[in-house]
Write a protein that binds this ligand. Structure first.
Ligand code: XMP
Length: 508
């Protein structure tokens, strides 16, 4: 398989660069700038992209790399900091710019294999305070902006190119074309990263690895574990056992939907552990949010592993880990960490043949595409994020069976109305919250004293920050009307108009 290396110097768009490369049907992987050059050499990459980063190349504590990388005969594209670094490594001059460029800037491009089908004048996205004052010997300036005498350069003979702007962001009008040109004109890629190939190859590899052994997978009903389950089912059928713990804190009818999907559409052993009662008694009288989360996490772990201990012939343990969970960040030596936050801890007394992570090379959007091709219902594949503790963090105060039912009913109406109005896929997340507040109302001629329900809906790219969604009043009116009419024990609906920060998306 053709591979492009995205060498990470700590910029904020590094994952985006890899995703854009993959959108062009070429596999890209991200490695930190601390990766030894021998590893890079042995990997036989078709091309290397140096990412942006927040530092100055002339500060010697900044991320640097061995100059030998420019002499390996592998095409290079430097972006932003990576562009300055390329110039610096090749003997050019990099200085603090008299005028920093930030935002949309007009680029004047010269003829170059990198700029094929890019007009002479186009808008690019810039974000830099240093600039290349003098291109290195043997390099030709192929792009300028009003404040940047070298916004792009090339050494065609060596296959080395660099751009000060960010081709990976959509604000760069022809950014997609620039990346395409690098991959196809310069690296001579053929474009073999196709999801159907991925499925075929992964199924073959899984069959080989698993042989006639068994596999156990913890299925949450979320996108990643569902797609991992479908892939494993295709590979080894009934050698796969999925354990689905229903802690009673899922959305309305969701447990049944997950069970029906996987038992009717996929060949596997499916174990559903219904333990709603158990969770309710563990949570009885508990109101502190952190304590609730802790109990739900601990109980989940206990129930899940107790079930697995019952399996006599365990074989392998599979997980739905995806690529962003595995990437090592390149943000300076001190911070080089491996984030494994989605990997499940296995208890010491449970032994497996090994761990299988069939989705560890995929980004979320690729996981969804694989899921669709494997025939998982769209409802599941395009599911919004749902917190591990489920409705437990959407019911403020003590959790009771009655409160769960009230919230599930209101939430089901909201989801139905949003889906009818085409919002299911256009909003990052929407749901109802039960804040545990009762208010006075009037129904018929009677005074009521019932629950208030909050609607929370947000737009966001990364969930680190979020804005409240501007849902049209008419839709909100319909939802409010339906909730108060159709759902017992609710007489008031409010809409949360707080962004994150200062609030968070969830309530606890
Ligand atoms: P917050 O509330 O932190 O949520 O703004 C950001 C995103 O994370 C999800 N979330 C969780 N997901 N386990 C999860 O798997 C959790 O404990 C958890 N808490 C929040 C939340 O739904 C939102 O998408």
């Amino acid at each position: 398989m053709e591979k492009i290396l995205v060498l990470d110097f700590g910029g904020q768009y590094n994952q985006l660069i890899a995703r854009r490369v993959r959108d062009n049907r070429v596999y890209a992987e991200i490695l930190p700038y601390t990766t030894p050059i021998e590893v890079i050499r042995n990997n036989k990459y078709k091309g290397i992209i140096f990412t942006g980063g927040p530092n100055s190349v002339f500060d010697m504590s900044s991320p640097h790399y061995s100059k030998d990388i420019l002499d390996m005969g592998v095409p290079v594209l430097g972006i932003c900091y990576g562009c300055q670094l390329t110039a610096w490594m090749a003997g050019g001059e990099v200085k603090t710019a008299p005028v920093s460029e930030y935002g949309k800037i007009e680029l004047t491009a010269k003829k170059s294999p990198l700029f094929e089908n890019v007009p002479e004048k186009s808008v690019v996205w810039m974000s830099h305070t240093d600039y290349i004052a003098k291109a290195p010997e043997g390099y030709e300036v192929i792009g300028t902006t009003p404040d940047c005498p070298c916004a792009a350069m090339q050494n065609v003979k060596k296959g080395i190119y660099a751009v000060q702007f960010h081709p990976e962001v959509t604000h760069s009008e022809y950014g997609h074309q620039v990346l395409y040109n690098f991959l196809y004109n310069i690296c001579c890629c053929k474009g073999d990263w196709i999801m159907d190939n991925f499925i075929e190859n992964t199924v073959a590899k899984l069959r080989e690895q698993i042989g006639n052994k068994n596999v156990i997978l913890g299925l949450s009903g979320g996108v990643d574990s569902s797609v991992a389950a479908a892939l494993l089912s295709r590979a080894v059928g009934r050698q796969l056992t999925c354990v689905f713990v229903d802690q009673g804190l899922m959305r309305k009818d969701e447990g049944d939907f997950v069970e029906k999907t996987f038992t009717s559409m996929f060949d596997m052993n499916f174990i559903r552990v219904n333990c709603g009662e158990h969770f309710l008694s563990a949570l009885k009288g508990v109101t502190d949010p952190e304590e609730k989360r802790r109990i739900i996490g601990t109980e989940f772990f206990n129930v899940f592993w107790d079930e697995i201990r019952k399996q006599s012939d365990k074989g392998f343990f599979a997980q739905g880990t995806i690529y962003p969970d595995c990437i090592e960040s390149g943000k300076g030596d001190a911070d080089v960490i491996k984030t494994h936050h989605n990997r499940v801890k296995t208890p010491d007394d449970v032994e497996f043949e090994g761990i299988i992570e069939p989705l560890a090379d995929l980004f979320k959007d690729e996981v969804r595409r694989v899921g669709e091709r494997l025939g998982i219902p769209r409802e599941l594949v395009w599911r919004q994020p749902f917190p591990g503790p489920g409705l437990g963090v959407r019911i403020i105060g003590e959790i009771t069976a009655e409160k769960i039912e009230i919230l599930q009913n209101a939430d089901a109406v909201l989801r139905d109305e949003m889906s009818k109005n085409g919002y299911e896929r256009n909003l990052a997340q929407f749901f109802c919250v039960l804040p545990g507040v009762k208010t006075v109302g009037v129904m018929g001629d009677h005074r009521t004293y019932e629950n208030l329900v909050v609607i929370r809906a947000v737009t966001t790219d990364d969930f680190m920050t979020a804005d409240w969604a501007r849902i049209p009043y008419d839709i909100l009116a319909k939802v409010s009307n339906r909730i108060t009419n159709e759902c017992p024990m609710i007489n008031r609906v409010v809409y949360d108009i707080t962004s994150k920060p200062p609030a968070t998306v969830e309530y606890e």
